[in-house]
Write a protein that binds this ligand. Structure first.
Ligand SMILES: *Cc1c(COP(=O)(O)O)cnc(C)c1O
Length: 490
Protein backbone atom coordinates (compact mmCIF):
# COMPACT_ATOMS: atom_id res chain seq x y z
CA UNK A 1 0.00 0.00 0.00
CA UNK A 2 1.37 3.45 -0.87
CA UNK A 3 1.83 5.73 2.13
CA UNK A 4 -0.52 8.70 2.38
CA UNK A 5 0.60 12.32 2.19
CA UNK A 6 0.94 12.76 5.96
CA UNK A 7 3.10 9.68 6.24
CA UNK A 8 5.30 10.99 3.45
CA UNK A 9 5.58 14.38 5.17
CA UNK A 10 6.53 12.64 8.41
CA UNK A 11 9.39 10.89 6.57
CA UNK A 12 11.08 14.28 5.99
CA UNK A 13 13.94 14.73 8.46
CA UNK A 14 14.26 18.03 10.33
CA UNK A 15 16.92 20.55 9.33
CA UNK A 16 18.69 20.05 12.65
CA UNK A 17 18.73 16.28 12.23
CA UNK A 18 20.46 16.63 8.88
CA UNK A 19 22.86 19.24 10.26
CA UNK A 20 23.87 16.82 13.02
CA UNK A 21 24.74 14.08 10.57
CA UNK A 22 28.40 13.10 10.62
CA UNK A 23 28.86 13.71 6.91
CA UNK A 24 27.28 17.14 7.05
CA UNK A 25 29.41 18.08 10.04
CA UNK A 26 32.46 17.13 7.98
CA UNK A 27 31.48 19.61 5.28
CA UNK A 28 31.84 22.34 7.86
CA UNK A 29 34.88 20.98 9.63
CA UNK A 30 37.57 21.06 6.98
CA UNK A 31 38.45 17.33 6.95
CA UNK A 32 38.92 15.22 3.82
CA UNK A 33 35.58 13.98 2.55
CA UNK A 34 34.94 10.26 3.11
CA UNK A 35 33.04 9.30 -0.04
CA UNK A 36 33.61 10.36 -3.63
CA UNK A 37 31.32 13.20 -4.54
CA UNK A 38 28.57 12.29 -6.96
CA UNK A 39 29.37 15.25 -9.15
CA UNK A 40 32.43 15.92 -11.23
CA UNK A 41 32.97 19.08 -9.27
CA UNK A 42 34.39 18.34 -5.84
CA UNK A 43 32.93 19.64 -2.61
CA UNK A 44 35.28 21.74 -0.54
CA UNK A 45 35.26 21.39 3.21
CA UNK A 46 35.30 24.07 5.88
CA UNK A 47 32.08 25.58 4.58
CA UNK A 48 30.21 28.16 6.66
CA UNK A 49 27.28 26.73 8.61
CA UNK A 50 24.92 29.32 7.14
CA UNK A 51 25.54 27.98 3.62
CA UNK A 52 25.09 24.37 4.72
CA UNK A 53 21.90 25.11 6.68
CA UNK A 54 20.37 27.19 3.87
CA UNK A 55 21.12 24.40 1.40
CA UNK A 56 19.47 21.78 3.59
CA UNK A 57 16.44 24.01 4.06
CA UNK A 58 16.14 24.49 0.32
CA UNK A 59 16.37 20.75 -0.34
CA UNK A 60 13.77 19.90 2.32
CA UNK A 61 11.45 22.62 1.01
CA UNK A 62 11.74 21.14 -2.47
CA UNK A 63 10.95 17.63 -1.23
CA UNK A 64 8.00 18.93 0.80
CA UNK A 65 6.62 20.75 -2.23
CA UNK A 66 6.94 17.58 -4.31
CA UNK A 67 4.99 15.60 -1.69
CA UNK A 68 2.26 18.25 -1.45
CA UNK A 69 1.98 18.35 -5.22
CA UNK A 70 1.43 14.59 -5.19
CA UNK A 71 4.62 13.99 -7.19
CA UNK A 72 6.07 11.44 -4.76
CA UNK A 73 4.89 8.10 -3.50
CA UNK A 74 8.08 7.00 -1.73
CA UNK A 75 9.07 8.07 1.78
CA UNK A 76 12.13 10.35 1.89
CA UNK A 77 15.40 8.60 2.75
CA UNK A 78 18.16 10.42 4.62
CA UNK A 79 20.69 9.35 1.95
CA UNK A 80 18.63 11.12 -0.69
CA UNK A 81 18.51 14.32 1.37
CA UNK A 82 22.28 14.14 1.89
CA UNK A 83 23.00 13.67 -1.80
CA UNK A 84 20.75 16.56 -2.78
CA UNK A 85 22.13 18.76 -0.02
CA UNK A 86 25.67 18.05 -1.18
CA UNK A 87 24.82 19.14 -4.72
CA UNK A 88 23.08 22.24 -3.39
CA UNK A 89 25.98 23.17 -1.07
CA UNK A 90 28.35 22.71 -3.97
CA UNK A 91 26.26 24.97 -6.18
CA UNK A 92 25.98 27.67 -3.52
CA UNK A 93 29.62 27.65 -2.55
CA UNK A 94 31.09 27.70 -6.07
CA UNK A 95 31.44 30.89 -8.10
CA UNK A 96 28.53 31.35 -10.45
CA UNK A 97 30.57 32.91 -13.24
CA UNK A 98 33.55 30.92 -14.45
CA UNK A 99 35.40 29.59 -17.46
CA UNK A 100 33.77 27.15 -19.87
CA UNK A 101 35.09 25.41 -22.97
CA UNK A 102 33.30 26.53 -26.10
CA UNK A 103 33.09 23.50 -28.40
CA UNK A 104 30.03 24.85 -30.25
CA UNK A 105 32.10 26.19 -33.14
CA UNK A 106 30.47 29.60 -32.72
CA UNK A 107 33.47 31.86 -32.20
CA UNK A 108 31.57 35.02 -31.21
CA UNK A 109 29.07 33.28 -28.94
CA UNK A 110 27.22 35.98 -27.00
CA UNK A 111 26.11 33.52 -24.31
CA UNK A 112 29.73 32.48 -23.76
CA UNK A 113 31.15 36.00 -23.58
CA UNK A 114 31.93 36.63 -27.27
CA UNK A 115 35.57 37.22 -28.18
CA UNK A 116 38.33 35.63 -26.09
CA UNK A 117 41.03 38.24 -25.48
CA UNK A 118 44.53 38.25 -26.95
CA UNK A 119 47.47 37.51 -24.68
CA UNK A 120 48.56 41.14 -24.51
CA UNK A 121 45.07 42.16 -23.34
CA UNK A 122 45.04 39.45 -20.67
CA UNK A 123 48.47 40.55 -19.43
CA UNK A 124 47.34 44.18 -19.33
CA UNK A 125 44.31 43.26 -17.25
CA UNK A 126 46.30 41.11 -14.83
CA UNK A 127 48.93 43.81 -14.36
CA UNK A 128 46.45 46.65 -14.06
CA UNK A 129 43.78 44.97 -11.94
CA UNK A 130 45.66 44.58 -8.70
CA UNK A 131 46.96 48.12 -8.41
CA UNK A 132 46.34 51.64 -9.59
CA UNK A 133 46.69 53.02 -13.10
CA UNK A 134 46.67 56.42 -14.78
CA UNK A 135 43.05 55.95 -15.83
CA UNK A 136 42.04 59.62 -15.56
CA UNK A 137 45.35 61.11 -14.61
CA UNK A 138 47.61 63.02 -16.92
CA UNK A 139 51.11 61.95 -15.95
CA UNK A 140 52.84 64.89 -17.65
CA UNK A 141 50.84 67.62 -15.91
CA UNK A 142 49.85 65.77 -12.77
CA UNK A 143 46.26 66.88 -13.36
CA UNK A 144 42.99 65.11 -13.95
CA UNK A 145 42.94 63.51 -17.42
CA UNK A 146 40.34 61.81 -19.62
CA UNK A 147 39.91 58.07 -19.60
CA UNK A 148 39.26 57.63 -23.29
CA UNK A 149 42.55 59.25 -24.41
CA UNK A 150 44.31 55.91 -23.92
CA UNK A 151 42.49 54.42 -26.89
CA UNK A 152 41.21 57.40 -28.89
CA UNK A 153 44.42 57.94 -30.82
CA UNK A 154 44.78 54.24 -31.71
CA UNK A 155 41.18 54.14 -32.92
CA UNK A 156 41.59 57.30 -34.95
CA UNK A 157 44.71 56.09 -36.65
CA UNK A 158 43.32 52.59 -37.33
CA UNK A 159 40.14 53.92 -38.91
CA UNK A 160 41.19 57.28 -40.38
CA UNK A 161 38.80 59.11 -38.04
CA UNK A 162 39.36 62.59 -36.60
CA UNK A 163 38.33 61.44 -33.16
CA UNK A 164 36.96 58.51 -31.18
CA UNK A 165 35.31 57.58 -27.91
CA UNK A 166 34.30 54.45 -25.99
CA UNK A 167 31.13 53.37 -24.16
CA UNK A 168 29.93 50.11 -22.61
CA UNK A 169 28.64 48.39 -25.75
CA UNK A 170 27.39 49.20 -29.21
CA UNK A 171 23.78 49.38 -28.01
CA UNK A 172 24.84 52.21 -25.68
CA UNK A 173 26.79 53.83 -28.52
CA UNK A 174 23.69 53.88 -30.72
CA UNK A 175 21.49 55.21 -27.93
CA UNK A 176 23.99 57.92 -26.98
CA UNK A 177 24.23 59.09 -30.59
CA UNK A 178 20.45 59.22 -31.00
CA UNK A 179 19.93 60.94 -27.67
CA UNK A 180 22.64 63.52 -28.35
CA UNK A 181 21.71 64.47 -31.89
CA UNK A 182 18.09 63.47 -32.45
CA UNK A 183 16.14 63.73 -29.16
CA UNK A 184 12.84 65.45 -29.98
CA UNK A 185 13.52 65.11 -33.69
CA UNK A 186 13.31 62.54 -36.45
CA UNK A 187 15.71 59.88 -37.64
CA UNK A 188 15.29 58.36 -41.08
CA UNK A 189 16.00 54.64 -41.44
CA UNK A 190 15.32 52.16 -44.23
CA UNK A 191 12.65 49.54 -43.44
CA UNK A 192 15.16 46.90 -44.52
CA UNK A 193 17.51 47.91 -41.70
CA UNK A 194 15.22 47.91 -38.64
CA UNK A 195 17.25 45.23 -36.91
CA UNK A 196 16.80 43.20 -33.77
CA UNK A 197 19.95 41.80 -32.17
CA UNK A 198 19.55 38.98 -29.68
CA UNK A 199 16.06 40.02 -28.56
CA UNK A 200 17.09 42.89 -26.31
CA UNK A 201 18.31 45.32 -28.94
CA UNK A 202 15.53 46.40 -31.28
CA UNK A 203 16.19 49.54 -33.23
CA UNK A 204 12.66 51.01 -32.88
CA UNK A 205 12.87 50.57 -29.08
CA UNK A 206 16.32 52.16 -28.89
CA UNK A 207 15.00 55.03 -30.98
CA UNK A 208 12.12 55.59 -28.55
CA UNK A 209 14.45 55.36 -25.55
CA UNK A 210 16.67 58.01 -27.14
CA UNK A 211 13.67 60.32 -27.50
CA UNK A 212 13.88 60.28 -31.28
CA UNK A 213 11.06 59.62 -33.71
CA UNK A 214 11.66 56.87 -36.19
CA UNK A 215 10.86 57.71 -39.80
CA UNK A 216 10.83 54.45 -41.76
CA UNK A 217 11.32 54.72 -45.48
CA UNK A 218 11.26 52.32 -48.41
CA UNK A 219 10.21 48.71 -48.17
CA UNK A 220 11.79 45.67 -46.58
CA UNK A 221 13.68 44.77 -49.73
CA UNK A 222 14.08 48.07 -51.59
CA UNK A 223 14.94 51.56 -50.42
CA UNK A 224 16.09 54.28 -52.81
CA UNK A 225 17.81 57.61 -52.23
CA UNK A 226 14.56 59.35 -53.26
CA UNK A 227 12.77 57.62 -50.37
CA UNK A 228 15.16 59.20 -47.89
CA UNK A 229 15.04 62.57 -49.61
CA UNK A 230 11.22 62.58 -49.66
CA UNK A 231 11.12 62.03 -45.89
CA UNK A 232 13.47 64.89 -44.96
CA UNK A 233 11.67 67.76 -43.23
CA UNK A 234 12.32 70.50 -40.68
CA UNK A 235 12.39 67.96 -37.86
CA UNK A 236 14.90 65.60 -39.43
CA UNK A 237 18.08 65.32 -37.34
CA UNK A 238 20.01 62.47 -38.85
CA UNK A 239 20.07 59.73 -41.44
CA UNK A 240 20.93 56.34 -39.97
CA UNK A 241 22.43 53.46 -41.90
CA UNK A 242 22.42 50.13 -40.05
CA UNK A 243 24.43 47.11 -41.05
CA UNK A 244 22.08 44.13 -41.21
CA UNK A 245 24.54 42.17 -39.05
CA UNK A 246 22.59 39.05 -38.33
CA UNK A 247 20.49 38.66 -41.47
CA UNK A 248 20.65 39.36 -45.17
CA UNK A 249 17.95 40.64 -47.48
CA UNK A 250 18.62 38.80 -50.74
CA UNK A 251 16.97 38.65 -54.17
CA UNK A 252 15.18 41.72 -55.59
CA UNK A 253 16.86 44.29 -53.40
CA UNK A 254 18.11 47.84 -53.44
CA UNK A 255 19.79 49.75 -50.66
CA UNK A 256 21.55 53.09 -50.47
CA UNK A 257 25.19 52.67 -49.48
CA UNK A 258 26.56 54.91 -46.74
CA UNK A 259 28.33 57.09 -49.33
CA UNK A 260 25.08 58.08 -51.06
CA UNK A 261 23.34 58.56 -47.75
CA UNK A 262 26.12 60.80 -46.41
CA UNK A 263 26.10 62.91 -49.56
CA UNK A 264 22.33 63.43 -49.19
CA UNK A 265 22.62 64.20 -45.47
CA UNK A 266 25.30 66.80 -46.04
CA UNK A 267 23.31 68.46 -48.83
CA UNK A 268 20.57 69.12 -46.24
CA UNK A 269 22.93 69.96 -43.37
CA UNK A 270 22.17 66.68 -41.58
CA UNK A 271 24.38 64.06 -39.94
CA UNK A 272 24.94 60.60 -41.43
CA UNK A 273 25.53 57.82 -38.91
CA UNK A 274 26.56 54.26 -39.70
CA UNK A 275 25.84 51.54 -37.11
CA UNK A 276 28.22 48.87 -38.37
CA UNK A 277 27.62 46.26 -35.68
CA UNK A 278 30.67 44.06 -36.06
CA UNK A 279 33.00 46.64 -37.44
CA UNK A 280 36.02 45.05 -39.03
CA UNK A 281 39.15 47.16 -38.62
CA UNK A 282 40.63 45.90 -41.88
CA UNK A 283 39.38 44.07 -44.95
CA UNK A 284 38.90 40.54 -43.66
CA UNK A 285 38.48 39.12 -47.14
CA UNK A 286 42.28 39.44 -47.31
CA UNK A 287 42.43 36.45 -44.97
CA UNK A 288 39.73 34.42 -46.63
CA UNK A 289 36.84 35.68 -44.52
CA UNK A 290 33.57 36.88 -46.03
CA UNK A 291 33.67 40.63 -46.64
CA UNK A 292 32.21 42.54 -43.71
CA UNK A 293 32.01 46.33 -44.00
CA UNK A 294 35.15 47.99 -42.76
CA UNK A 295 35.07 51.02 -40.43
CA UNK A 296 37.64 52.93 -42.47
CA UNK A 297 35.59 52.51 -45.68
CA UNK A 298 32.46 53.81 -44.02
CA UNK A 299 34.25 56.95 -42.83
CA UNK A 300 35.93 57.40 -46.20
CA UNK A 301 32.47 57.08 -47.75
CA UNK A 302 31.38 60.13 -45.78
CA UNK A 303 29.80 58.83 -42.56
CA UNK A 304 30.04 61.50 -39.87
CA UNK A 305 29.97 58.93 -37.08
CA UNK A 306 30.43 55.15 -37.14
CA UNK A 307 29.68 52.93 -34.17
CA UNK A 308 30.58 49.25 -33.67
CA UNK A 309 31.21 46.63 -30.97
CA UNK A 310 34.56 45.92 -29.36
CA UNK A 311 33.85 42.24 -28.76
CA UNK A 312 32.65 41.09 -32.16
CA UNK A 313 35.04 40.93 -35.13
CA UNK A 314 37.46 43.34 -33.47
CA UNK A 315 38.16 40.58 -30.96
CA UNK A 316 38.49 42.76 -27.87
CA UNK A 317 36.59 43.35 -24.61
CA UNK A 318 32.90 44.24 -24.47
CA UNK A 319 32.54 47.91 -25.38
CA UNK A 320 31.03 50.19 -27.99
CA UNK A 321 33.30 52.31 -30.13
CA UNK A 322 32.31 55.56 -31.80
CA UNK A 323 34.61 57.15 -34.37
CA UNK A 324 34.15 60.17 -36.63
CA UNK A 325 34.12 63.97 -36.74
CA UNK A 326 35.83 65.63 -33.81
CA UNK A 327 33.10 68.22 -33.20
CA UNK A 328 30.47 65.47 -32.99
CA UNK A 329 32.56 63.26 -30.70
CA UNK A 330 33.04 66.28 -28.44
CA UNK A 331 29.26 66.74 -28.25
CA UNK A 332 28.85 63.06 -27.37
CA UNK A 333 31.41 63.35 -24.61
CA UNK A 334 29.68 66.45 -23.25
CA UNK A 335 26.36 64.60 -22.92
CA UNK A 336 25.65 63.88 -19.22
CA UNK A 337 24.61 60.36 -20.25
CA UNK A 338 28.22 59.70 -21.21
CA UNK A 339 29.00 59.45 -17.51
CA UNK A 340 26.56 56.55 -17.17
CA UNK A 341 28.05 54.67 -20.11
CA UNK A 342 31.71 54.97 -19.26
CA UNK A 343 33.83 51.84 -19.27
CA UNK A 344 36.04 50.70 -16.41
CA UNK A 345 39.82 50.45 -16.30
CA UNK A 346 39.87 46.71 -17.08
CA UNK A 347 38.02 47.32 -20.34
CA UNK A 348 40.34 50.14 -21.34
CA UNK A 349 43.45 48.15 -20.45
CA UNK A 350 42.25 45.25 -22.61
CA UNK A 351 41.08 47.49 -25.43
CA UNK A 352 44.32 49.45 -25.64
CA UNK A 353 46.35 46.23 -25.73
CA UNK A 354 44.12 44.78 -28.45
CA UNK A 355 44.33 47.92 -30.57
CA UNK A 356 48.12 47.93 -30.21
CA UNK A 357 48.15 44.45 -31.76
CA UNK A 358 46.32 45.85 -34.77
CA UNK A 359 48.77 48.71 -35.05
CA UNK A 360 51.61 46.22 -35.30
CA UNK A 361 50.17 45.20 -38.67
CA UNK A 362 49.68 41.70 -40.05
CA UNK A 363 50.40 40.30 -36.63
CA UNK A 364 46.79 41.01 -35.64
CA UNK A 365 45.55 37.94 -37.38
CA UNK A 366 47.72 35.55 -35.41
CA UNK A 367 47.46 37.39 -32.09
CA UNK A 368 43.73 38.09 -31.89
CA UNK A 369 42.06 34.76 -31.02
CA UNK A 370 38.71 35.60 -32.66
CA UNK A 371 40.42 36.38 -35.97
CA UNK A 372 42.77 33.42 -35.92
CA UNK A 373 39.90 31.05 -35.06
CA UNK A 374 37.65 32.45 -37.76
CA UNK A 375 40.37 32.31 -40.38
CA UNK A 376 41.84 28.88 -39.53
CA UNK A 377 41.80 26.67 -42.64
CA UNK A 378 40.01 23.32 -42.76
CA UNK A 379 43.43 21.61 -42.96
CA UNK A 380 44.62 23.23 -39.77
CA UNK A 381 41.37 22.31 -38.01
CA UNK A 382 41.60 18.73 -39.29
CA UNK A 383 45.10 18.33 -37.87
CA UNK A 384 43.93 19.65 -34.49
CA UNK A 385 40.86 17.42 -34.59
CA UNK A 386 43.05 14.37 -35.11
CA UNK A 387 45.10 15.31 -32.08
CA UNK A 388 42.00 15.89 -29.93
CA UNK A 389 40.43 12.60 -31.03
CA UNK A 390 43.64 10.75 -30.08
CA UNK A 391 43.68 12.36 -26.64
CA UNK A 392 40.02 11.50 -26.08
CA UNK A 393 40.56 7.88 -27.20
CA UNK A 394 43.56 7.51 -24.93
CA UNK A 395 41.51 8.68 -21.94
CA UNK A 396 38.35 6.71 -22.83
CA UNK A 397 39.46 3.62 -24.78
CA UNK A 398 35.99 2.01 -24.81
CA UNK A 399 34.33 5.03 -26.42
CA UNK A 400 33.94 5.80 -30.09
CA UNK A 401 35.49 9.06 -31.43
CA UNK A 402 35.97 10.08 -35.04
CA UNK A 403 36.83 13.18 -37.05
CA UNK A 404 34.52 14.60 -39.70
CA UNK A 405 33.84 17.85 -41.53
CA UNK A 406 30.82 20.04 -40.88
CA UNK A 407 29.56 23.58 -41.37
CA UNK A 408 29.28 26.32 -38.74
CA UNK A 409 28.71 30.07 -38.34
CA UNK A 410 30.70 32.97 -36.90
CA UNK A 411 27.97 33.99 -34.41
CA UNK A 412 27.57 37.22 -32.44
CA UNK A 413 25.70 38.80 -35.34
CA UNK A 414 28.62 38.53 -37.74
CA UNK A 415 28.64 37.02 -41.22
CA UNK A 416 25.15 35.52 -40.85
CA UNK A 417 24.81 34.17 -44.36
CA UNK A 418 28.25 32.63 -44.50
CA UNK A 419 28.60 28.99 -43.61
CA UNK A 420 32.11 28.38 -42.41
CA UNK A 421 33.61 25.00 -43.27
CA UNK A 422 34.68 23.40 -40.04
CA UNK A 423 35.96 20.13 -38.59
CA UNK A 424 34.51 18.33 -35.58
CA UNK A 425 35.40 15.38 -33.39
CA UNK A 426 32.27 13.32 -33.01
CA UNK A 427 31.57 11.14 -29.98
CA UNK A 428 29.12 8.31 -30.42
CA UNK A 429 28.42 7.87 -26.74
CA UNK A 430 27.93 4.32 -25.48
CA UNK A 431 25.20 3.73 -22.91
CA UNK A 432 23.52 7.14 -22.58
CA UNK A 433 21.95 9.58 -25.02
CA UNK A 434 23.95 12.48 -26.45
CA UNK A 435 21.50 14.81 -24.63
CA UNK A 436 22.34 13.43 -21.22
CA UNK A 437 26.07 13.41 -22.01
CA UNK A 438 25.82 17.05 -23.13
CA UNK A 439 24.18 17.86 -19.82
CA UNK A 440 26.88 15.95 -17.87
CA UNK A 441 29.50 17.94 -19.83
CA UNK A 442 27.81 21.18 -18.76
CA UNK A 443 28.05 20.08 -15.12
CA UNK A 444 31.76 19.28 -15.26
CA UNK A 445 34.30 21.18 -13.17
CA UNK A 446 35.16 23.12 -16.29
CA UNK A 447 31.92 22.87 -18.28
CA UNK A 448 32.14 21.97 -21.96
CA UNK A 449 29.41 23.34 -24.25
CA UNK A 450 28.84 21.22 -27.34
CA UNK A 451 26.62 20.77 -30.36
CA UNK A 452 24.61 17.58 -30.95
CA UNK A 453 24.07 15.98 -34.37
CA UNK A 454 22.41 12.62 -35.06
CA UNK A 455 22.46 11.80 -31.35
CA UNK A 456 26.24 12.29 -31.25
CA UNK A 457 28.33 14.86 -29.39
CA UNK A 458 30.27 17.24 -31.65
CA UNK A 459 33.37 19.05 -30.43
CA UNK A 460 33.82 21.77 -33.06
CA UNK A 461 37.48 22.68 -33.55
CA UNK A 462 36.63 26.16 -34.93
CA UNK A 463 36.13 27.63 -31.45
CA UNK A 464 38.61 25.44 -29.53
CA UNK A 465 42.17 26.33 -28.67
CA UNK A 466 44.80 23.62 -28.39
CA UNK A 467 45.66 24.79 -24.88
CA UNK A 468 42.16 23.68 -23.82
CA UNK A 469 42.45 20.07 -25.01
CA UNK A 470 43.71 18.61 -21.70
CA UNK A 471 40.93 20.27 -19.73
CA UNK A 472 38.33 19.22 -22.28
CA UNK A 473 39.48 15.60 -22.05
CA UNK A 474 39.38 15.73 -18.23
CA UNK A 475 35.87 17.15 -18.26
CA UNK A 476 34.72 14.56 -20.81
CA UNK A 477 36.13 11.58 -18.88
CA UNK A 478 34.65 12.97 -15.67
CA UNK A 479 31.26 13.38 -17.35
CA UNK A 480 31.45 9.83 -18.69
CA UNK A 481 32.24 8.50 -15.20
CA UNK A 482 29.33 10.48 -13.77
CA UNK A 483 26.81 9.28 -16.31
CA UNK A 484 27.96 5.68 -15.81
CA UNK A 485 27.48 6.05 -12.06
CA UNK A 486 24.02 7.52 -12.62
CA UNK A 487 23.13 4.72 -15.08
CA UNK A 488 24.22 2.14 -12.50
CA UNK A 489 22.02 3.85 -9.93
CA UNK A 490 24.91 4.78 -7.65
C1 LIG B 1 25.60 43.69 -32.32
C2 LIG B 1 24.99 44.94 -32.84
C3 LIG B 1 24.54 45.94 -31.97
C4 LIG B 1 24.63 45.77 -30.48
O1 LIG B 1 25.97 45.75 -30.10
P1 LIG B 1 26.38 45.26 -28.62
O2 LIG B 1 27.84 45.52 -28.57
O3 LIG B 1 26.00 43.84 -28.54
O4 LIG B 1 25.61 46.11 -27.67
C5 LIG B 1 23.98 47.07 -32.51
N1 LIG B 1 23.87 47.24 -33.83
C6 LIG B 1 24.29 46.29 -34.71
C7 LIG B 1 24.13 46.54 -36.18
C8 LIG B 1 24.87 45.12 -34.24
O5 LIG B 1 25.28 44.18 -35.08
Amino acid sequence: MTPDRNELLRSLPSVSAVLEHEEVRNWQRGVPLPRPSSSCARLRTGLPQSVVAASIQAVLAGLRAAILAGERSEPVELAEVLAQAEAEVLRRSSPSLGPVINATGIVLHTGLGRAPLCEAAVEAIVEGAAGYCNLEYDLSSGHRGRRNVHVAEHLASLTGAESATVVNNNAAATLLILQTFAAGNEVIVSRGQLIEIGGSFRLPDIMRAGGATLREVGTTNRTRIADYEGAINDHTALLLHVHTSNYRVVGFTETVPIGGLAELAHRYGLIAVDDLGSGALFDLSACGLPGEPCVRDSLAGGADLVCFSGDKLLGGPQCGLIVGKQSLVEQLEANPLMRTYRVGKLTLLALEATLRCYREGDEALSQIPALSMLSASADVLAARAKKLAEQLEAAMPDENFYVCSDVGFAGGGSMPAEELQTVVVRWRVGGVSAQSMASALREADVPVIVRIRDDEICFDLRSLQETEFDTLVDSASGALGDSERIANGE
